[in-house]
Design a binder for this molecule. Structure first.
Ligand SMILES: *Cc1c(COP(=O)(O)O)cnc(C)c1O
Length: 370
């Protein structure tokens, strides 16, 4: 069996370091926030090219609190994409703002900058690009539009730890950037976690208040806020894993290069690393009109796959209230029907990537004979 991701083999590879980190937290008694979380915040912010990091309880909390810290609220509009994980759009709705969706680029699957400007209205406050699958959105034109219209740029970098745009790290490309440490992400906690990084001291200050009941001093609640704090254990374990992220990222990139070489001329649409990008392959996602057949053949061969994402957000029943109908975003809708994610995690072996590629090629040739 080849799993889609394998968190157990990663744990085994760093078990001694993780177990020591757990022991440190238990000895310290700092189970919520604390020194380990504070150290992780500085280390992760530095790695992301930002001044400040505010560690939170999830990536979704990061998106929600970043929007509030940026001064966005009820009645405001935020521009983002329908081809993403639902959390991006949900976070905008949580704060009472309106998600205004624009279609993605068919090569990068990230927001199509040429479609943004016509979605800007007098109520628009921010653009929220999603660095989907680990590839940064095309940030320069996005920042130009934001500057012209006085908009915030909030990166949804949940899938893109250590990715770069024109050499600059994701996390330093907008006013605020939101990361998730859900266990299967490129940098994953052993539980839930997230962070907002920013180089604006006022935003960081707001975020610290928002995550912890608006308390600057005990019993003084100066803003209406939340419990969205990171656990001490997660901070300590994430510090350990951050030390391995670069090596794990290089392994993902190597697996992607192997898949690309082995699947060249297979007829599949292969992921493209855009000229401006360092893609970190959170997901290795191919495109094929024969997705169902190929997926079933891989499943029969013991190879797990994933769909990211089979239904764009605007066609999900939960978000019908947004008022978009089928046909509103043709690129997102077509891509959603064709994408198939192959196993991708740092600990994959060359033998496993070869086995996956073989199984895919066999499935395609069987399909073309019938
Ligand atoms: C995972 C993810 C989120 C949400 O992060 P959680 O930590 O699961 O709350 C948001 N946006 C995108 C694009 C994601 O992939």
């Amino acid at each position: 069996m080849i799993p889609f991701v394998d968190l157990k083999s990663q744990y085994r590879s760093i078990k001694d370091e993780i177990d020591a980190a757990i022991a440190r937290v238990f000895e310290s008694g700092q189970f919520v926030l604390g020194d380990e979380v504070a150290a992780f915040e500085s280390e992760f912010a530095a790695a992301s090219g930002a001044q400040y990091g505010v560690a939170l309880s999830s990536g979704t909390a990061a998106l929600q609190l970043a929007l509030i810290a940026a001064g966005i609220g009820a009645g405001d509009e935020v521009i983002t994409v329908p081809f993403t994980f639902v959390a991006t759009v949900a976070a905008i709705l949580y704060i009472g703002a309106r998600p205004v969706l624009v279609d993605v680029d068919p090569r990068s699957f990230t927001i199509d900058p040429s479609r943004i400007e016509s979605a800007v209205t007098s109520r628009t406050k921010a653009i929220m690009p999603v660095h989907l699958y680990g590839q940064p959105a095309d940030m320069d034109p996005i920042r130009d539009i934001a500057a012209r219209h006085g908009l915030m740029v909030i990166e949804d970098a949940a899938q893109a730890h250590a990715a770069r745009y024109k050499g600059r790290p994701v996390g330093s490309l907008g006013d605020l950037a939101c990361f998730s440490f859900y266990p299967s992400k490129n940098l994953g906690a052993y539980g839930e976690g997230g962070i907002v990084v920013t180089s604006r001291a006022d935003f960081a200050d707001q975020l610290r208040l928002l995550r912890n009941w608006g308390e600057r001093t005990k019993y003084q609640h100066i803003v209406a806020a939340f419990n969205a704090r990171m656990q001490g254990l997660q901070g300590a374990m994430l510090r350990v894993k951050l030390g391995h992220l670069e090596e794990w990222t290089e392994r993902r990139r190597r697996h992607a290069r192997r898949y690309n070489a082995l699947l060249k001329d297979s007829g599949l649409g292969l992921p493209e690393e855009m000229p401006y990008a360092r893609h970190v392959y959170h997901l290795y996602t191919v495109r094929t009109p024969d997705r169902a057949a190929i997926r079933a053949a891989l499943d029969a061969a013991g190879i797990q796959t994933g769909l990211h994402y089979p239904v764009p957000v605007h066609l999900q029943p939960a978000y019908a209230e947004l008022g978009y109908t089928a046909g509103a975003f043709p690129v997102s809708e077509r891509v959603a029907r064709e994408v198939l994610s192959l196993p991708m995690f740092p600990e994959l072996t060359d033998q496993q990537t070869a086995q996956v590629a073989d199984a895919v090629r066999t499935a395609i040739s069987v399909k073309s004979e019938v």
